[in-house]
Design a protein. Sequence first.
Length: 219
Amino acid sequence: MTAAHAEIIFCDLDGTIVDSHPGIYRCLRIALPEIGLGHLTDEQIRAILGPPLHYSLKEVHGKTDEDVDRFVVKYRSVYFGGGEYEFEVFPGMETLLRDIAASDRTLVLATAKPIESATRVLAKAGLLECFDAVSGSELDLQRQGKADVIAHGLELVGARPGTSAVMIGDRKEDILGAQAHGFVSIGAQWGYGDDDELTNAHADFVVDDVEGLRRVLGL
């Protein structure tokens, strides 16, 4: 099975559909000092974008569950207060998503972002109508792993066993999530991953721009 024949297309949000770095970065800079991480460099903050936040804070920076809870409260107070709307849709993505929506394929958002926030972002971008389902995490930080997010998306659209699918994303978590389900993975090189991250994760395809993505999808 190739990406061009996938029945379901899963697509990540931050770093794939939208460049949300400005809003997320600003809110992280406000919230990180709350748990003693105000000294992080831009590169270290960039590494936080993509993996579940609780993983980055606990496994990479050694923070406790209590630290994470305190950080989340502070971060959400500024992010949900307007930061989530500080984004731009990557060039070409709006047209691509509308073309997918007009096809006979099922389009599902698969993000580590809370579903409520992801839905607001898509609505603000005028793209919510393109999606058959929005799968993401819950506000209690449950279901942040991409494999679990994809599984939830499959449930939302009532996918039958053996359904073919492809996952598009800019970080290794997207690629590994696709691999966990045996789906084709497409790495978006314009996102927030390091130069070799997608290749090292063994993405089936790595595309440099939306036109390349369009070709791989057979659109």
